[in-house]
Design a protein around this ligand. Structure first.
Ligand code: DCP
Ligand code: CA
Length: 383
């Protein structure tokens, strides 16, 4: 009898744990944000006379005046048949007289990129910068895909408003699906692939469109009889492993099934933050305080998940006219106290509002920085 009850409890617990694990996995909502014709769009932002004209960004080799390759071009140039990697001379033959051929100025694009990555980080629980113009954002704290779309649309709006650039976004249950979805509707599109649609979404694509499948792998897959991603699912894992090795073989099967990582690989995590929009613009701390506490709760949870402590707290106010203002305070030793976090964040926001009597807050945020490993003792930090 006891044994039966025990077994019942253990069985139920295991079932619940399993459910929690799969629910957690299902719950991840990842966005992939990819800026449209990035270098070319950056040039159009700083020179309005270029708007709507074909813009071709060139990497000049220096051998002769026109030798070198196209780095990227905007969509008007693409409609003329010009594309990245094409010889500049060939692009000139295709271009009209009004086309602008400009040298790439990476330092400028990097500056723009840095500001855009900061915008994305302000609106997501976690981010991974994938390249100069692409980032993943963890939107799992949105309860539903509808909320995630709203957050992603807001990120696109802020990027457009502050930097004048458009981005294409894919939203899905993992990085792979989000990445593939962001390619679906370019430029300036947003594509949502819900978990139950992921397999169907990928299934009809030709094998070479599956992320990470290069021309050689695609040829090999076609030799094995797979034209589409769905066909890859019909090849046994043993055959895939035999052909591509264990890691790659298993990975190909997983990718074909739409399974992918949900954990973002933020380089070294230096700070964690949460920002949210207030129900209405206000400067009343009685309305702001409960929101700050909720944000602080969320930030602390993530500090604990990353097994970190923090030595700096910032209170963030985004004003009614959408300017970001930050006040911060640092501590001698790293801490992990929720109470200190929300009290400090509240104080900082209150101080800012008191010093700026004409300002209403539109959004507020809480950030911790100076992250160190929670296991380290105070002495370790000075070792
Ligand atoms: N880039 C480059 N050479 C390449 C590919 C890209 O110099 N072979 C640079 C220029 C791009 C930037 O990197 O602007 C981002 O690359 P993407 O592949 O995302 O291309 P774009 O942003 O230009 O276009 P899309 O709208 O298709 O994303
Ligand atoms: Ca891009």
């Amino acid at each position: 009898m006891f044994l039966r009850v025990c077994r019942g409890i253990i069985g139920r617990t295991a079932a619940i744990l399993l459910r929690i694990r799969s629910a957690k996995k299902d719950m991840a909502i990842i966005a992939h944000i990819d800026l449209d014709s990035f270098f070319a769009s950056c040039e159009a932002v700083r020179d309005e006379s270029l708007e709507d004209k074909p813009i071709i960004i060139c990497m000049y080799s220096g051998r002769s005046e026109d030798s070198g390759a196209v780095s990227t071009c905007n969509y008007p140039a693409r409609s003329l048949g010009i594309h990245a990697g094409m010889a500049i001379q060939q692009a000139k033959e295709l271009a009209r007289d009004d086309a602008a051929f400009l040298p790439a100025e990476k330092s400028y694009y990097k500056e723009v990129s840095g500001r855009i990555m900061a915008i994305i980080a302000e609106h997501a629980a976690d981010t991974e910068v994938a390249s100069i113009d692409e980032a993943y954002a963890d939107l799992s704290d949105c309860d539903t895909y509808v909320d995630a779309v709203e957050r992603a649309e807001h990120i696109r709006d802020v990027i457009k408003e502050q930097e004048g650039l458009t981005a294409s976004v894919g939203i899905g249950p993992n990085k792979l699906v989000a990445k593939m979805a962001s390619d679906e509707d370019k430029p300036d599109g947003l594509t949502v692939v819900r978990p139950d649609n992921a397999k169907a979404f990928l299934g009809n694509m030709p094998v070479d469109e599956l992320y990470s499948v290069g021309p050689k792998t695609a040829d090999a897959l076609r030799e094995m009889g797979a034209e589409t991603v769905a066909d890859v699912r019909e090849i046994s894992v043993q055959r895939l492993v035999h052909r591509f090795g264990e890691t790659r073989g298993v990975e190909l099967r997983e990718k074909a099934n739409g399974d992918g990582a949900t954990m973002l690989e933020s380089r070294e995590k230096k700070q964690l933050s949460r920002i949210t929009t207030l129900p209405q613009n206000t400067r009343q701390m009685k309305d702001i305080r409960p929101v700050v506490r909720e944000l602080a709760d969320d930030v602390i949870k993530r500090v604990e998940q990353h097994e970190k402590r923090f030595s700096t707290v910032a209170g963030i106010v985004i004003t009614a006219n959408r300017e970001t203002r930050t006040r911060q305070r640092s501590f001698q030793t790293a801490i992990s106290s929720k109470k200190t976090l929300y009290e400090t964040a509240e104080e900082l926001i209150q101080e800012y509002l008191e010093d700026n009597p004409d300002i209403d807050a539109r959004r507020v945020g809480v950030r911790v920085a100076g992250l160190s490993d929670a296991q380290q003792t105070g002495l370790d930090r000075f070792a």
